[in-house]
Design a protein around this ligand. Structure first.
Ligand code: FAD
Length: 415
């Protein structure tokens, strides 16, 4: 449906940031229209169907420890959960490193895992307790450094860095030098310590679809690219749309192109290879970490956590590399990580996402201004942290700012 020529608020982009703004403004009674260039809502949370399998555009998970999880109906997403930990491969064997606080029976395996001495393992436990339970302002008040230096200062040893934290965090931060801000690591680790990671039964895109459903189909216009923003008017091929407030909620590069005040951000990329196996080789839903010198940062049987990703009970695997790889480059490595024959792996598809996440180097500038003045607002993960949480939190802040301008009487309650 084409957008109307006038609206009270125009939101450019139906990713989680834009949809988080729109849901709040619609709830406050605003006349909001969301213009989305792509054919689907959810932005970087995108899902395709390939031969009946649910295939996300790049492996990503939802973390119930994110504060903004409160904005979603998690029951309706029908999340399937991963176990809190990972499999570390060393000396030709698979070792479970699982949070014994959550899964007490995993304590003996975790104590035996080759990720450092008992003292170093206690340091990991103390690091997790600090991130999970210190108040956020206290975490953010700590001296900022890189993630690598922060972990070392916490007493995490070389074995744990190389075998556990390195590949585990590389899969989340999409960089393997651990140069990311220690402050972002603290916030991220807090979510892991407090929540569970999972996948919606219909794929990761279901999160955006849930929010878009609250905005209403008549207010979300897919296939409408905004080509310019001038004051409170946006240009599209279908004609201009005038509004009292314009919210640019695109990816950071597009935002920088549309709004000169926004800086482009260095982008992280990832390549995900999807394979099918007749059955899972594992008995619990754990991510398997890549090994030093390998191309993969991790590989995981998605259907162990979320059986809904398979049409027929076969196992669906996702294996991730930071540099673009070809399937033939990683097939043997995938087989080794899961201890299966390479010939049993059926390649389903491969996805490379170049602008997956903006880098979050020190100094972390989260909670960047969202109100640019004159009725123009900007939000997205580049204004907060490079995550689902960051996108939704920036949307929440932006909605509060728009309401302060358009509905001052409501503004306090809507944030
Ligand atoms: C492969 C991958 C793995 C990830 N892993 C995780 C993870 O495990 N956990 C986590 O929390 N986060 C993860 N992330 C990051 C997370 O997905 C993003 O931080 C978040 O989705 C960003 O949301 P956004 O609304 O800010 O931006 P986007 O999702 O990029 O939304 C912007 C929207 O604007 C639209 N748009 C762009 N230009 C225009 C235009 N000119 N006109 C109209 N519309 C336009 C785009 O089509 C898009 O829909 C991952 C991302 C990827 C890609």
């Amino acid at each position: 449906m084409p957008p109307p020529p006038r609206a009270e608020v125009v939101v450019v982009g139906a990713g989680l940031a834009g949809l988080s703004v729109a849901t709040r403004l619609v709830a406050a009674g605003c006349d909001v229209h969301v213009l989305e260039a792509a054919g689907h809502v959810g932005g970087r949370l995108a899902t395709d169907r390939v031969d009946g399998f649910v295939v996300d555009r790049g492996f990503q998970v939802f973390n119930t420890g994110y504060p903004r999880a409160a904005d979603l109906d998690l029951d309706a997403l029908d999340l399937g959960y991963f176990a809190p930990g990972a499999v570390v491969r060393a000396g030709g064997r698979a070792h479970r490193v699982v949070d014994p606080r959550r899964v007490p029976t995993a304590l003996p395996d975790t104590l035996r895992a080759p990720v450092g001495s008992l003292r170093e393992k206690l340091a990991i436990a103390a690091f997790s307790a600090r991130a999970g339970y210190w108040p956020v302002p206290r975490l953010l008040a700590a001296r900022e450094t890189t993630a690598a230096e922060h972990l070392r200062q916490a007493g995490v040893g070389t074995a744990a860095l190389e075998r556990f934290f390195g590949p585990f965090l590389a899969g989340v931060l999409l960089e393997d030098r651990l140069e990311t801000s220690s402050r972002y690591l603290d916030l991220l680790w807090r979510s892991f310590a407090r929540g569970a990671t999972g996948l919606p039964a219909q794929g990761i895109q279901a999160i955006g679809e849930q929010l878009a459903g609250r905005v209403g189909a008549e207010r979300v216009h897919t296939g409408v690219a905004v080509t310019a923003v001038s004051g409170t008017e946006v240009a599209t091929r279908a004609g201009p749309v005038r509004a009292e407030a314009v919210v640019v909620a695109t990816d950071p590069d597009t935002a920088a192109g549309l709004v000169p005040a926004v800086e482009a951000a260095a982008a992280r990329q990832v390549t995900t290879h999807y394979h099918v196996l007749p059955a899972s080789p594992w008995t619990e839903p754990l991510i398997v970490l890549g090994t030093p010198g390998g191309r993969l940062v991790n590989s995981v049987v998605l259907t162990d956590a979320q059986p809904g990703y398979s049409p027929d009970g076969r196992a669906l695997l996702a294996s991730n590399s930071l540099a673009p790889t070809r399937e033939a480059d990683v097939r043997d490595e995938v087989a080794r990580l899961h201890d299966v024959a390479a010939a049993d792996l059926e390649h389903l598809t491969t996805v490379t996402v170049t602008g997956a996440e903006p880098a979050a180097l020190p100094p972390l500038r989260h909670r960047r201004p969202v109100d640019l003045g004159g009725g123009l607002y900007v939000c997205g993960d580049h204004r907060d942290t490079p995550s689902i949480q960051g996108a939704m939190a920036s949307g929440r802040r932006t909605a509060a700012a728009v309401l302060r301008a358009l509905r001052p009487a409501l503004a306090t309650g809507a944030a």
